[in-house]
Write a protein that binds this ligand. Structure first.
Ligand code: IMP
Ligand code: MG
Length: 173
């Protein structure tokens, strides 16, 4: 069975918005080195596009958590699968997510990262589905707020497929 993917947010719209946010963050962190932490694997495409457009020095690290299996529904359990390589103590940290859904992943990560005493910690997400939130947490920067639809592309997967789509799409039944 082959699925049909509809475009929810076009490549141009995603890239324009990322450029806008990169400019805004470059101003906000001017004179500092921004340490960007990506949550694997979904945030990778967004993180690279964002970092490429920043005009301040940037360092990078990655973490991996599991909260979803091959399902489109949350298991409600967040587990740390890969920790950071480097210490974040005293650093200006930007945590980058692909999508904020229930909020469980980010609230778990924020809790463990804050304990490591960064100088500052902000959250940025490419997409936000606020209707689905079960944990009280808001990103500092959201590129797009979307309705409660399961989306793919630009890093987001459905059973590991479609991450490489250059736009945000929805699987049509
Ligand atoms: P949360 O912990 O419920 O906020 O879930 C966040 C994670 O769920 C994201 O990082 C994604 O990996 C996954 N996720 C949530 N919604 C979607 C979606 O619409 N498409 C693909 N992955 C999703
Ligand atoms: Mg993710």
């Amino acid at each position: 069975m082959s699925e049909k993917i509809g475009v929810l947010i076009s490549t141009t719209d995603v890239e324009n918005r990322i450029a806008e946010v990169a400019e805004q963050l470059s101003k906000e962190y001017e004179g500092k080195v921004l340490h960007i932490i990506g949550v694997l694997k979904g945030s990778v495409f967004f993180m690279c596009e964002l970092a490429k457009r920043m005009t301040i020095p940037v360092t990078m690290d990655f973490m991996s958590v599991s909260s979803y299996g091959n399902e489109t529904k949350s298991s409600g359990v967040v587990k740390l699968v890969k920790d950071l390589d480097d210490s974040i103590e005293g650093r200006d940290v930007l945590l980058v997510e692909d999508i904020m859904d229930s909020g469980r992943t980010l609230s778990y990560l924020v809790k463990i990262l804050k304990e490591r005493k960064p100088s500052s910690l902000k959250l940025i997400t490419l997409l936000d589905k606020p209707d689905r939130r079960v944990v009280e947490i808001e990103p500092d920067v959201t590129c797009f707020t979307i309705p409660d639809r399961f989306v793919v592309g630009y890093g987001l997967d459905c059973a590991q497929k479609y991450r490489n789509l250059p736009y945000i799409g929805v699987i049509e039944e």
